[in-house]
Design a binder for this molecule. Structure first.
Ligand SMILES: Cc1cc2nc3c(=O)[nH]c(=O)nc-3n(C[C@H](O)[C@H](O)[C@H](O)COP(=O)(O)OP(=O)(O)OC[C@H]3O[C@@H](n4cnc5c(N)ncnc54)[C@H](O)[C@@H]3O)c2cc1C
Length: 478
């Protein structure tokens, strides 16, 4: 098959690019290596929509962060993605005032609204900062969003607007055939006039496929604690320490879905290293009390780790000067989630400058259909739904109160959920206190029933992660 544009990589950047281009009169294909979109850094980060005060003025990071933040809230509303503009605080002890003033100067240069608060003002925004906090830099435009739900919703909207999303299609080579780029994947070959490289950790390697710069890439892990949603009421805003050369530091933040996170660390590592370490957890245990007065590590329901892809000090977003009609987004580390809508906007401009025609699709979907959620239904509405579809009356995930109807909808969504984790990221089944202890097997049965896949082929997530390895009742134990 031949397409106008091929997007390589279905992280937040690739999904945002596919979504934008699918609203034009173009044929678009997104090729993703893993079983689902949002499977690498986009799956495991802090979910902060940064205000943009700490990026070096004049950098691509500063430009795309500030513009991305401005675009984000309307985008989340269109896509029906959980988010909260709760503001952020960089808190500091008495001797940290100079550091905050330095940050404020950067904020002013970047055009970001901030205010330095004394302790009294800080406590009004966040009553639970620790006793040593004397000042804070308050950024009202910051907030939190569900990063994977944002990427999934962008990919879903792209599909509704005619794009194709192919998962488990790692691009292993790109060749030039009849003036088109040909991507080679385990799912076959795909041709396109334009290629957009959004391959995150492998973006430098994908550049190499077309003779472009293979940037030296570093990876930095970030570990986290996730706390039970009963802690959500104690954290009103995102609390950062003063940033250091290693990054923004270990934060305490509410999540868009009502939990609280502590993290991340910033430790050099290798691509794909997502195993949390004891040292990392100890570092978080030591750091959190310096900014936050009510650490509740006993309320931890999960730990996780994400990996940043870092190339030099800035994002690299440009069209190739060696390979025709090839555009790249490399080294998209933090604040890449916040920046993604603005990066996609710029990539569209780059493609137009390569000769891509820009004609808006007349009937493009912009506002996504609202998803029904058990928790937000009135009793009367729920009763009507149960009469129409009894699956609304069956609660599968008790912790997060997710019904069978919501899970079935996720399995049949525009980018279908075919693993237990893919269902979890869409409807939160398994995200609660028991972490899927009760519902994972029910989710497997529903996936099996809805897709026809045998139960022992249902996977948890990426790679060979089959959960049911043996049918014990029929097994021969000789
Ligand atoms: C610990 C941590 C905390 C962070 N916190 C924040 C935050 O709070 N706010 C913020 O704005 N940003 C944050 N970030 C940064 C943000 O998460 C990333 O910048 C963003 O997710 C990068 O998106 P991406 O699409 O470029 O890459 P990824 O999300 O890495 O996606 C790349 C995709 O390409 C696929 N792929 C790779 N190779 C191939 C191939 N050959 N063929 C096909 N597909 C391929 C991968 O499977 C993956 O799905 C954080 C990052 C980390 C790790």
């Amino acid at each position: 098959m031949s397409y106008d544009v091929m997007v390589v990589g279905g992280g937040i950047v690739g999904c945002a690019v596919a979504d934008r281009l699918a609203r034009l009169d173009l044929s678009v294909i997104l090729l993703e290596r893993d079983d689902d979109v949002a499977s690498y850094a986009t799956r495991a980060n802090s979910g902060i929509v940064h205000a943009g005060y700490d990026c070096e003025p004049g950098t691509a990071k500063a430009r795309f962060n500030v513009r991305g933040n401005a675009m984000m809230w309307n985008l989340a509303e269109e896509l029906d993605v959980p988010c909260r503009k709760c503001g952020s605080l960089v808190v500091a002890p008495e001797e940290g005032l100079e550091g905050l003033e330095e940050l404020k100067r950067k904020a002013d240069s970047n055009g970001v609204v901030t205010e330095i608060l004394d302790r009294e003002g800080t406590l009004k925004k966040e009553p639970n900062v620790s006793d040593n906090v004397a000042y804070a830099l308050y950024a009202p435009e910051a907030g939190v969003i569900s990063p994977y739900q944002l990427a999934i919703a962008l990919a879903d909207r792209a599909v509704l607007n005619g794009a194709e999303v192919v998962t488990e299609a790692e691009v292993t080579a790109i060749s030039r055939e009849n003036n088109l780029w040909r991507a080679h994947t385990p799912k076959g070959t795909f041709d396109a006039k334009y290629v957009v490289n959004c391959a995150g950790p492998e973006a430098a390697a994908v550049n190499g496929f077309v003779g472009e710069e293979v940037y030296e890439t570093e990876y930095r892990r970030g570990d986290y604690f996730v706390l039970d949603n009963t802690e959500g009421k104690n954290v009103s805003t995102v609390i950062f320490p003063l940033p250091t050369a290693a990054g923004k530091g270990i934060l305490v933040a509410p999540t868009a879905d009502g939990n609280v996170i502590y993290g991340p660390t910033s430790v050099p590592t290798y691509d794909g290293d997502t195993a949390v370490t004891a040292e990392a957890l100890d570092e978080i245990r030591r750091s959190v009390p310096l900014t936050y007065a009510r650490p509740a590590f006993n309320k931890c329901i999960r730990i996780y780790c994400g990996v940043r892809t870092v190339i030099g000090h800035d994002f690299i977003i440009r069209k190739s000067d060696r390979a025709e009609n090839f555009v790249m987004a490399c080294g998209i580390c933090s604040p890449g989630l916040t920046s993604a809508p603005a990066i996609a906007e710029y990539i569209e401009e780059l493609l137009v400058s390569c000769g891509m025609e820009r004609r808006p699709k007349a009937d493009a979907v912009t506002v996504m259909p609202r998803k029904l959620r058990l928790e937000s239904l009135s009793e009367e509405r729920l009763n009507t739904l149960v009469k129409e579809n009894p699956a609304w009356g069956k609660i599968v995930c008790r912790c997060e109160k997710v019904t069978e109807a919501e899970i079935v909808e996720a399995i049949h969504s525009p980018v279908p959920a075919t693993t237990v984790d893919a269902v979890k990221r869409r409807v939160r089944a398994g995200m609660g206190r028991c972490q899927g202890g009760f519902c994972a097997t029910r989710v497997m049965e529903i996936i099996s029933r809805e897709t026809g896949m045998p139960l022992d082929e249902i996977r948890k997530g990426i790679g060979h992660s089959e959960i049911a390895v043996l049918a014990v009742k029929e097994a021969d134990y000789d």
